[in-house]
Structures are given as structure tokens and as C-alpha cells.
Design a protein around this ligand. Structure first.
Ligand code: TXA
Ligand code: MG
Length: 323
């Protein structure tokens, strides 16, 4: 393992120059996006990319998303055709589009796990876009957490996982969306959903005027190792659709339906009292980290519907529950 580096944490309002400078020197910068905090490096720098994998403990066969400041930078990496139409409709925003990389794609093969494709996302967060524009190249960034653990939605989460491993953390407050981007691949055989997220499958299908099936079961599927069953997982076991909770369990509550045993549960953390899926996305990862810190026997999650944003929430919770 590399020697520890001093990690600075600065408020967003005074960080832009320091962030651009650190990236240009091959440093690692955790920065706010509208989804979760990203761990950024210059997409063209193989040494900085290697440091991301080391800092996170991430398997090298799991490719990174290249973040761009707009359509022109994305087109230079390979965005075209139907993928471009999708980007035009939904960027900037929480949608990642996987396309064949262009011949002049500057995103280093090490960040793409050697694949012929590149994952592109233009974040809605203004700081993220200004930082990428200032560097003048894409910024590769996985979520700024240790591999397999819960994604960070506050700087405290980034510090807990990566202090001493990265140069700079930009404090932009709580992440607004709270769940990672939707990942869609667009190729000759059409579009496939690789990871559900805030942008709904229905929305993508409407814009493309074509169905967007899951990648699973597709023989020609590109690798997407981020779809490993266990991911986003706290140390404490998680169980879904709980209709009762035991005294040594933490309840993650949703809506106002009573759950048997809730009054005597170890703790009760509410994702959204009014049963609002947007709010539950924004609070989920902080709730999982807080629940994990209580060292309870298990985290029992109240039933969450499967419709709309509920699909993305249930996807993350299912992976959190997988062992
Ligand atoms: O919201 C987000 O997407 C956040 C913020 C920081 O932008 N980033 C994020 O990155 O969630 P990460 O590394 O945790 O997830 C990236 C996902 C993984 O599932 C990875 O396998 C997939 O994107 N991916 C990246 N490049 C790919 C490619 N060329 N083909 C297929 N899947 C790819
Ligand atoms: Mg991640």
C-alpha cells in the first residue's frame, strides 16, 4: 500500500483552483455531484487511475465513469447517434451512457478495464462541471467510498473511507439525489439498462422510442462488473420487506404503516415519513451508514414499492442485503 498523503478538506466556494491544480498534477480529488460524491482523477493519466483503484480497493476489471463538461467533450470520446440524442435530452443529469470509444478517446484503457467502450456522464452539479472544464479533459470518478461499501452523500462519509489516501475533498454539503446515476449502454443492438437510478427506464425508452431491457441474459453483453451481486453493503446484515422488527435490530422505516415491534427496536431511522421515494433516495445511504454504526444484529427495511424510483432503491437495498 502507498504511504499516506495529507488529505485537505475545503468548502466548495474556495476549492475550484485547488481541485483543478491537484487533478492536473495527478492527484485524487473527491468532489460533489448531484448523485453521490465522486473520487476524481485525470482520465488520461494512468498513474492517477491506478491510485483510484488502490485507494478504493477496487478490482481493476471494474471500469470507471468518465465525467464530461458537456456534449462536445463527450462527442470527442465517442458519443454519437441515438446515444447523443439521449444525452441532449437528459444531460446534465444523473444518466451515464456507455458507448463504443472513439479512436481519439482520451480516457485511458486502464480506466475502461480494457473494454472497447467508454461510460460517459455530464453531472448536473455546477462545481463538477466547472472542475472538468478547468482541467480541459474528462475526469474519471467512481463513488468516493471503499469498494463494496455504501456510497458517500456527505464529506464525513468520504473522510471515514478515504482519509490519508487522497489529496483533496471538496465539501459541497449533502448530495441532492443520493443514489448513483442510471447506467445505460447504447449500441447496434439497441439500449440496455445496466444500473437503475434516478432517471427512469421509462424516460429513456420514451426518448429513444424503443424498449430498454435489462442487460442480464444478453449474450453479447459488455462487462459491467459493478453489477456484482454484493455491493453498496454495510457490515450489518440487511433484510428487506420486514413486517416485524426484533429488539436487537435497527428499523429503516418508510411511510406510516406500523411495523410490529417498532417501539422496542434498537433504533428506528426513517427514510421518508410521508412515503416519498425521492426523499428516500436522498436519505438511504446516510441511513445505512448510521444504522451500521449501531452494531445491531440486523437492519430491517420496511416494504418499499417497486414502481418508479422504487426500482432503483430496491436494487441498491437488494445488493446491500447480498452476502
Ligand atoms: O452517480 C454516479 O454514477 C457516481 C458519480 C460519482 O458520478 N459514480 C459512480 O461510479 O457510481 P461507480 O464506479 O461506483 O459505478 C460505475 C458503474 C459500474 O457499475 C461500472 O461497472 C459501470 O458503471 N461501467 C463503467 N464503465 C463501463 C463500461 N465501459 N461498460 C459497462 N459498464 C461500465
Ligand atoms: Mg460505487
Amino acid at each position: 500500500m502507498s504511504a499516506p498523503v495529507p488529505t485537505r478538506c475545503l468548502p466548495e466556494a474556495i476549492s475550484l483552483d485547488a481541485a483543478i491544480d491537484a487533478l492536473a498534477r495527478g492527484g485524487l480529488v473527491a468532489f460533489p455531484t448531484e448523485t453521490v460524491y465522486g473520487l476524481g482523477a485525470d482520465a488520461s493519466d494512468p498513474r492517477a487511475i491506478a491510485r483510484i483503484y488502490e485507494a478504493k480497493g477496487r478490482p481493476s476489471n471494474n471500469p470507471l465513469i468518465a465525467h464530461v463538461d458537456g456534449l462536445a467533450m463527450a462527442e470527442a470520446q465517442g458519443l454519437s447517434g441515438a446515444a447523443r440524442a439521449l444525452a441532449e435530452a437528459l444531460w446534465p443529469g444523473p444518466l451515464t451512457i456507455v458507448v463504443p470509444a472513439s479512436a481519439d478517446c482520451v480516457v485511458h484503457p486502464d480506466a475502461r478495464a480494457g473494454l472497447p467502450t467508454v461510460a460517459l456522464r455530464c453531472p448536473a452539479h455546477p462545481f463538477a462541471r466547472a472542475m472538468i472544464a478547468g482541467l480541459g479533459r474528462p475526469v474519471v470518478a467512481p463513488s468516493a467510498n471503499r469498494s463494496g461499501y455504501v456510497s458517500p452523500t456527505r464529506v464525513e462519509h468520504v473522510l471515514a473511507d478515504l482519509d490519508g489516501r487522497i489529496e483533496l475533498i471538496v465539501d459541497g454539503g449533502r448530495s441532492a439525489v443520493g443514489l448513483e446515476s442510471t447506467v445505460v449502454s447504447v449500441g447496434p443492438a439497441g439500449a440496455r439498462l445496466l444500473r437503475p437510478g434516478f432517471v427512469l427506464r421509462e424516460t429513456v425508452a420514451r426518448i429513444l422510442d424503443a424498449p430498454v431491457p435489462d442487460l442480464a441474459g444478453d449474450a453479447d453483453a459488455p462487462l459491467s462488473p459493478g453489477r456484482l451481486a454484493s455491493h453498496y453493503a454495510p457490515r450489518t446484515p440487511v433484510r428487506l420487506d420486514a413486517d416485524a422488527v426484533a429488539p436487537d435490530e435497527v428499523l429503516l422505516d418508510f411511510g406510516d404503516a406500523p411495523i410490529a415491534g417498532q417501539a422496542s427496536a434498537r433504533a428506528r431511522i426513517t427514510l421518508s415519513a410521508r412515503g416519498d421515494l425521492n426523499e428516500a433516495c436522498a436519505t438511504l445511504y446516510e441511513a445505512l451508514r448510521d444504522a451500521d454504526a449501531l452494531n445491531a444484529r440486523a437492519i430491517a427495511v420496511a416494504p418499499i414499492p417497486d414502481t418508479g424510483l422504487g426500482a432503483a432503491l430496491r436494487d441498491r437495498l437488494t445488493r446491500a442485503a447480498a452476502r
